[in-house]
Design a protein around this ligand. Structure first.
Ligand code: NAD
Length: 499
C-alpha cells in the first residue's frame, strides 16, 4: 500500500517542528487506499513536552497578557494566511478524508475561516453583569479569564473545521492550546500551525501533536492541562470524563448524534426528500448532525419513501477530485466494516434495504458505500438507535404528533433534529419539545458562526461556535472592592447591641 511520494509532516511544539520520539504513522487516502501522508506517532514524552510548552506560554502571560485587540489581530492574520492557502489546504483535506473537493474547497475551508474571523472579533466585545454595589460600600465586578492550558482532541470527519472550532475560541479567550487531530487526518491541523508560525504567534501558544488514542489519553489525563475539549464518539467522551477526573479538569464534549427528520403531510415532499438526501449523504453521512431517522406522517409515507429512494439514487458517488461528485468514500476500512456490520445486523433482524446496502459496484479501490434506505424498521432496532456514521437512513411512519415526538426523542443522543411542515404552530411546538441542541424548521444542516452548536443528553455538553463557545473557554472571577477602608474593623459593643 505504501507509495514513495507520501508527504512527511512534523509536529509543532513550543514553536519548533519536531519529529517526536515515536515511529511514523501512515495516512491513507480512502479513495485510492494509497499512503499519502506520514506523521509522527506522539509518545507520552512528546505530549508532556507539548503540555509543558503550553503551560510556560500561559503562565508567563505572553498570550493572555496581550490586549484582546492584539490577540484578535493575530487570529485575523492567521485567517488571512489560511485564506491565501485555502486551495492547497482543501486538496490536502480531500486527500486524507476522501470528501469531495467541492465540499472541502467551497464549504469547509471558507466556513472554518469565517468561524476564525468571528472568534477574532467577538473576543473584543464580551459582555457581563454591570459592576455595582451589591453590598453597600463594596463594589463588585466580574472578570472573564482564560482557563489555562487546553488539551483538545479532534475527530476525522471535518479535520480543518474542527481544529478551527477548537483553537479559535480557546485562543481568542487567552488560553494556550495543545491540539491532537484524529490519527487519520492530521495534515490540515499541522498546516494551521504552519500558518500560525507565519503569522508570528508567540512560541508555545499553539502546539499540534499527532498520534492515536495513546497520545489522546496522555493529553487528556495530563496534570498540566486545565481543560479538555473533545469532539468524537460518545464512548470516547465517557472515557475522557474518567481520564480527566483525577485532576478534575473542565470538560467540553461534542459527541455523537442520530438526528431525526420529521415530515408531516403538509410539507413540500419533494423539497423535504431532496434536503433529506443531501443531509444524509453530505460527507458520506459521517456528520454528527446527518439526517438519519426519518419519521413520516402515514398518509404520505409511501410517497415519501419513493421520493427518498430516488433522491438517494441520484447522489453521484465517485472520485472526490471530480467536480461533479456529490459523495466520496467512507474514511477508512474500519469505518466501512462498521457500516457493513450495521447492515448485516439489520439483515439478521429481518430488515432489507429498499436501496443500497453494499460497497459501490465498479469501485475497485476505496472504501465506497452506497447511499442506503431502510423502510418499516422498528423504533427499537439497532440501526434506529445507534449512530452508523455512514450514508444510511431509516424511514418510519407515524400517526400522531405525540408519536412523532416520542420516537424522535427516543434515542440517547440529542445533537440536532428537524421538522418539516407548513403549519407554524406545529413547527414551533416541535422546536420546543425536540430535545436536541439544534432544531431546524423546513431545513436540515446549515450552521452559522454566530449561533451555538452542541448537544443535549449523551451528545455532550459545551457549545461550539458563537459567543457561548468563547464563554466555555473562560472562567468567571468575582472581584469585590471595599470602598471605605473599614473592612477589618470589629463592631463596637454598641453596634453589636444594634444601637
Ligand atoms: P473518536 O471518538 O473515535 O476519536 C476522536 C478523537 O479522540 C481522535 O483524535 C482519537 O484519537 C481520540 N481518542 C480516542 N480515544 C481516546 C481516549 N480514550 N482518550 C483521548 N483521546 C481519544 O471519534 P471519530 O471516529 O474520530 O469521530 C466520529 C465521532 O465524532 C462520531 O461519533 C461523531 O458523531 C462525532 N462528532 C461529533 C461532533 C459534534 O459536534 N458533536 C462533530 C463531529 C463529529
Amino acid at each position: 500500500m505504501v507509495t514513495t511520494t507520501a508527504r512527511e509532516f512534523s509536529m509543532y511544539v513550543g514553536g519548533e517542528w519536531v519529529s517526536g520520539s515515536g515511529e511514523m504513522m501512515d495516512i491513507v487516502n480512502p479513495a485510492t487506499e494509497e499512503v499519502v501522508h506520514r506523521v509522527p506517532r506522539a509518545t507520552r514524552e512528546d505530549v508532556d513536552r507539548a503540555v509543558r510548552s503550553a503551560r510556560e506560554a500561559f503562565d508567563d502571560g505572553r498570550w493572555s497578557g496581550l490586549g484582546c485587540g492584539e490577540r484578535s489581530a493575530y487570529l485575523n492574520k492567521l485567517a488571512d494566511i489560511l485564506e491565501r492557502r485555502a486551495g492547497e489546504l482543501a486538496r490536502l483535506e480531500t486527500e486524507a478524508t476522501g470528501k469531495p473537493i467541492t465540499l472541502s474547497r467551497d464549504a469547509d475551508l471558507p466556513f472554518g475561516i469565517d468561524n476564525l474571523r468571528y472568534f477574532a472579533s467577538v473576543a473584543r466585545v464580551m459582555e457581563g453583569q454591570a459592576a455595582g454595589e451589591y453590598v453597600p460600600t463594596h463594589t463588585s465586578m466580574l472578570r472573564r479569564e482564560p482557563v489555562g492550558v487546553i488539551g483538545q482532541v479532534a475527530p476525522w470527519n471535518y479535520p480543518f473545521m474542527m481544529a478551527i472550532w477548537k483553537i479559535g475560541p480557546a485562543l481568542a479567550a487567552g488560553n494556550t492550546v495543545v491540539l491532537k487531530p484524529a490519527e487519520n487526518t492530521p495534515a490540515t491541523s499541522i498546516e494551521i500551525a504552519r500558518a500560525a508560525e507565519e503569522a508570528g504567534f508567540p512560541r508555545g501558544v499553539l502546539n499540534i501533536i499527532t498520534g492515536d488514542e495513546e497520545a489522546g489519553v496522555a493529553l487528556t489525563s495530563h496534570e498540566g492541562v486545565d481543560m479538555v475539549s473533545l469532539t468524537g464518539d460518545t464512548q470516547t467522551g465517557k472515557k475522557i470524563m474518567q481520564q480527566a477526573a483525577p485532576t478534575l479538569k473542565r470538560l467540553h464534549l461534542e459527541l455523537g448524534g442520530k438526528a431525526p427528520f420529521v415530515v408531516f403531510a403538509d410539507a413540500d415532499l419533494d423539497s423535504a426528500a431532496n434536503c433529506g438526501a443531501i443531509a444524509a449523504t453530505t460527507n458520506t453521512g459521517q456528520d454528527c448532525t446527518a439526517a438519519t431517522r426519518f419519521y413520516v406522517e402515514r398518509s404520505v409515507y409511501d410517497q415519501f419513501v419513493d421520493r427518498m429512494v430516488r433522491a438517494m439514487r441520484d447522489v453521484r458517488v465517485g472520485d472526490p477530485f471530480d467536480e461533479s461528485t456529490n459523495m466520496g468514500p467512507l474514511i477508512s476500512k474500519e469505518q466501512l466494516e462498521r457500516v457493513e456490520g450495521f447492515i448485516e445486523r439489520a439483515a439478521q433482524a429481518g430488515y432489507k434495504p429498499v436501496t443500497g446496502g453494499h460497497h459501490v459496484e465498479g469501485q475497485q479501490r476505496g472504501f465506497y458505500f452506497e447511499p442506503t434506505v431502510f423502510s418499516d424498521v422498528s423504533q427499537d432496532a439497532d440501526i434506529v438507535q445507534h449512530e452508523v456514521f455512514g450514508p444510511v437512513v431509516v424511514v418510519l411512519p407515524f400517526d400522531s404528533e405525540d408519536e412523532a415526538l416520542k420516537h424522535a426523542n427516543g434515542v440517547v443522543y440529542g445533537l440536532a433534529g428537524s421538522v418539516h411542515t407548513s403549519n407554524v404552530s406545529r413547527a414551533l411546538k416541535f422546536a420546543k419539545h425536540l430535545r436536541f441542541g439544534t432544531v431546524w424548521i423546513n431545513d436540515h444542516m446549515p450552521l452559522t458562526s454566530e449561533m451555538p452548536h452542541g448537544g443535549f443528553k449523551q451528545s455532550g455538553f459545551g457549545k461550539d461556535l458563537s459567543i457561548y463557545a468563547l464563554e466555555d473557554y473562560t472562567q468567571i472571577k468575582h472581584v469585590m472592592a471595599e470602598l471605605t477602608g473599614q473592612a477589618y474593623k470589629n463592631p463596637t459593643p454598641d453596634e453589636h447591641m444594634g444601637a
